[in-house]
Design a protein around this ligand. Structure first.
Ligand code: BGC
Length: 894
């Protein structure tokens, strides 16, 4: 059988090293090019050793043959033990009962499964030098500490079979073994509500271990600052050595460690960092180093630890500057031609003690000098003091910047373009989507969105990467989530974020606009708080993660109940603060009442929660919340539906302009009474076309739903026109004005304030490209069914997209010529798709791989075929249902 079982995931990760889950989700993807292939059964084996799994012996768990089409199961064998590796593999049977061979072997390791498995102690440096850096949301300066260095030596007793390091260092740490940095993660651990849970990482350090060893750690501030409610930077590390003879030994952080200050001094997310090369301590992390002047550490309190089961932050790309110029004597500016997140690495040589200063900005003034207003109070300056020992290089480690330009001053020589390289730094989520079409502007918008999206993934979804914020604003997160899911594997990233939302929840059920709640903004605007429900729902819808729904069920219910308690007559008039934030011309919504947006999200959350209850089989709740959602809908219409359309604030008798967002939101959920739907749609279209010259007039909320509403209601041409506008307000306008990411505001604003050049909340338009231009969208949860419906709009000649989903990869590519329309489709095993072929001409032939399916209106006899089924045939489309496999259609004009 031509079936290849691959892409094996354990709770959405490949070979994770410290699973905390005692019922991990084991999943696989089956690849085949055969048509209408299905899985009818599977068998999973879990073994305690490589040898046993190779002998097909599931001594830990053997599911035996299970009749099921699901490409995953939840482990339910004997209880898993801490710090152990488990091997697993799977085979499947197809729809005819034919058996595949075994998959490759995958594994997962358990970490500390109970609190008592942590034997190490939290430690901190006794005396830490402090400094102050600018902060946000207060005029106060934030107290920071100089970086602290820790070390400890140990010898091994026997031959080492395997070694693991379990570590958390707050705010940020770097781990070294015998002088070498371990792993390529940066800015670890991920940000969290440190007082409740700190994230820990695991490294396989077997290859680092020698007979005599030294383990070293550098600690920086990160977000772990007093002003956010935390104390000094601290560290916990537990090294587990497993000897060949089966014995185990732990090396633990405790009173026996030494600490010191070192070359890395000031450091902060907004601040930048200062590294004094003249203070380097050669060999500080080697066994024979004389550490007699290092001080004893202090044992301190710490919080619970949670495995950071999501892609770490890494340097993912190296950027060469496009140009450089001399601003004035000794001051040089480099332009990377791209706004991005990270830092630069600089290669220099010069006299000892020379101080190099690197300043960052998104923009420059006309004279070429940095225009750093958009950073607000973030200093974003790195300082490097040369050792003076020939060629040296420097890059920061406990800060990051959002920038396009770097200014270098203090250089002892005239630097060249080759002295600097940019480092793109973000959570290293896998890219799963690809989109390309014949419209260059759309390709450019898509590209800007990808840069903007990645720039704003820093272990949490952030609003921006440059100014003195970079917080997990939940509105920004939820509005861009579907776009992010089309482009990247967000399964673990968002699962981690939901845990943070849960930790931020107060007793009364309320959550904060910003999560982790470093600044406490309770209760959240409903358009921000909805992130909890909406993102959880996406995790189910796109990744079939029902566990996340059950893990968060009670807390989500508490949140929905909080909304309910805050409502009056089913309307939510109280909690709104931001609403349809940042429409053209303003920050706060002008035309869309905030209570309108709040109540609509109240409906959204209650409605989605009823669906969540249904998925989990909680029928009573499902019924109850569904009824509540129906009541909200009714009250919403009674209150907000006026004779001129849905409520819009108008500014006087001559102002007849309604809010686009107010019409879009109820249309999105089909909340509009049937007899009013045409009227509301007409109002919306009329406003867009007649009053706004085919431009949007929406803030971040309206923009998110606009393209779905127009495209689903037969107005994809208008969607396309809006998306490809080059005059204000539009993405094309941003690009014309030099944007290489997506702005926070529709306006070109460069003074200090709310005008980041790299926000992601308006990036939601990207789903229009995938879902409608290329035409791939999800029809049944977990991609059990897809819809392939290219919308042939404007002058578009071709579009193509692919998406790697939890079930396999979907591909679509179409091309429209004068007399010929070509469509290629790939559908993975175990799923189906309805494919819409537009009837472009009155007289046509439709062929698939040269076989005639339609001759004009005459249906050729393909009824017997199992691979292609005619589902519907109407004025506009021929709708075919396909199973797995590759298909190639040609619609030819006669
Ligand atoms: C952030 C936004 C955020 C907003 C709340 C801003 O400062 O940058 O993106 O959602 O505040 O209204």
């Amino acid at each position: 059988m031509k079936i290849d079982v691959r892409n094996m995931y354990t709770t959405y990760a490949i070979n994770p090293l410290a699973l905390k889950d005692t019922r991990p989700r084991l999943s696989w993807v089956v690849e085949t090019s055969e048509r209408r292939k299905k899985q009818s059964a599977y068998r999973v084996l879990v073994s305690s050793s490589q040898q046993l799994i190779e002998q097909d012996e599931g001594n830990i768990w053997d599911t035996h043959k299970i009749e099921s089409e699901d490409n995953y199961c939840y482990y339910s064998g004997e209880e898993l033990e801490s710090f152990k590796r488990y091997y697993w593999k799977v085979k499947i049977w197809d729809e005819k009962g034919e058996e595949s061979s075994w998959s490759k072997v995958s594994f997962f390791e358990t970490g500390p499964l109970s609190k008592s498995d942590w034997k190490a102690k939290w430690i901190t440096k006794r005396d830490l030098k402090t400094f102050y850096s600018a902060g946000d949301f207060s005029t106060e300066k934030f107290k920071h500490y100089h970086a602290a260095y820790f070390r400890k030596t140990f010898e091994i007793k026997n031959e080492v079979q395997s070694a693991r390091a379990y570590i958390s260092g707050l705010g940020f740490y770097e781990l070294y073994l015998n002088g070498e940095k371990v792993g390529n993660n940066v800015l670890d651990p991920g940000q969290s509500e440190y007082s409740k849970e700190a994230l820990f990482n695991v490294y396989n350090i077997t290859s680092f271990i020698t007979e005599q060893n030294c383990v070293g750690v550098i600690l920086g501030n990160g977000r772990h600052l007093e002003q956010f409610g935390y104390s000094k930077p601290k560290l916990i590390i537990q090294i587990l050595l497993e000897y060949v003879n089966g014995e185990k030994e732990y090396i633990l952080s405790d009173e026996s460690w030494g600490s010191s200050h070192g070359p890395l001094q000031e450091n902060g997310i907004y601040y930048g960092e200062k590294y004094d090369g003249t203070l380097e301590i050669p060999g500080w992390c080697t066994y024979h180093f004389d550490a007699s002047n290092w001080e004893e550490v202090e044992v301190t309190e710490g919080s619970n630890l949670r495995y950071q089961n999501m892609p770490p932050i890494r340097v993912t790309k190296i950027l060469k500057p496009l140009k450089m110029y001399t601003l004035k004597p000794g001051v040089f500016v480099y332009d990377f031609g791209q706004n991005f997140t990270g830092w630069v690495k600089i290669n220099v040589s010069g006299p000892k003690g020379t101080q190099l200063k690197l300043r960052h900005s998104e923009l420059v003034n006309e004279d070429g000098s940095l225009k750093n207003n958009t950073l607000r109070k973030a200093e974003a300056t790195d300082i490097y003091i040369l050792k003076g020992e020939g060629k040296e290089s420097y890059e920061p480690r406990f800060t990051y910047h959002g920038f396009r330009y770097v200014e270098v001053s203090g250089s002892p020589f005239v630097p060249t373009i080759d002295n600097i390289e940019g480092r793109f730094v973000h959570s290293d989520v896998e890219k799963v989507g690809d989109f390309y079409c014949s419209n260059e502007l759309i390709n450019k918008i898509h590209k800007n969105i990808l840069w903007g999206q990645l720039s704003n993934l820093h272990s949490i979804p952030t609003d921006c990467p440059q100014r003195d914020e970079r917080f997990g604003w939940m509105g920004d997160a939820q509005l861009s989530a579907e776009e992010a899911i089309y482009n990247f594997d967000m399964s673990l990233f968002y699962e981690n974020y939901l845990q943070e939302i849960k930790l931020s929840q107060k007793e009364d059920g309320s959550i904060s606009d910003v999560v982790p709640a470093y600044i406490k903004l309770y209760p959240a605007d409903p358009a921000w708080g909805t992130a909890y429900i909406t993102i959880a729902w996406y995790l189910y819808k796109y990744y079939k993660n029902e566990k996340v729904l059950s893990d968060h069920y009670e807390s989500m219910k508490k949140y929905v109940e909080f909304l309910h308690k805050s409502s009056e007559n089913n309307l939510l008039k109280k909690l709104g603060k931001f609403g349809d934030w940042c429409p053209p011309g303003a920050i706060s919504p002008k035309k869309t009442p905030v209570e309108f947006t709040s109540t609509w999200y109240y409906y959204n959350d209650v409605y989605l929660f009823s669906k969540i209850a249904e998925v989990l089989g909680k029928e009573k709740d499902a019924q109850h919340y569904f009824e509540l959602s129906e009541n909200i809908k009714k009250s919403f219409n009674d209150y907000f539906l006026k004779d001129y359309g849905y409520e819009s604030r108008m500014f006087g008798p001559v102002d007849r302009l309604i809010s686009q967002t107010s019409q879009i939101l109820p249309l999105y959920y089909n909340m509009v009474p049937n007899d009013k739907k045409e009227f509301i749609l007409e109002k919306l279209i009329n406003n867009i076309v007649e009053h706004q010259d085919s431009h949007l007039d929406t803030g971040i909320v309206g923009t998110r739903y606009l393209f779905d509403v127009l495209s689903e209601n037969g107005y994809s041409d208008l969607s396309f026109r809006i998306a490809t506008q080059e005059s204000y307000p539009s993405w094309g306008y941003m690009i014309k004005e030099g944007a290489t990411t997506v702005w926070e505001r529709w306006e070109k604003l460069e003074a200090g304030g709310m005008n980041s050049q790299n926000h992601i909340m308006l990036g939601s338009v990207d789903t229009f490209f995938y879902k409608y231009l290329a035409g791939i969208s999800l029809e049944k949860d977990g991609w059990k069914k897809a819809r392939i419906k290219p919308h042939l709009v404007g002058e578009e000649k071709f579009a193509s997209a692919k998406i790697k989903t939890i079930i396999g990869e979907f591909q679509v590519s179409w091309e429209k010529g004068e007399n010929l329309f070509k469509l290629s489709v790939v559908i993975p095993l175990g799923t189906e798709a309805d494919v819409f072929i537009p009837k472009l001409w009155n007289e046509f032939n439709l062929k698939e791989e040269r076989e005639l399916l339609f001759d004009n209106e005459q249906i050729k006899d393909f009824k017997e075929r199992n691979d292609i089924k005619l589902k519907e045939y109407n004025e506009e489309n021929i709708i075919l249902n396909l199973g797995s496999g590759q298909y190639y259609f040609e619609l030819e004009k006669k």
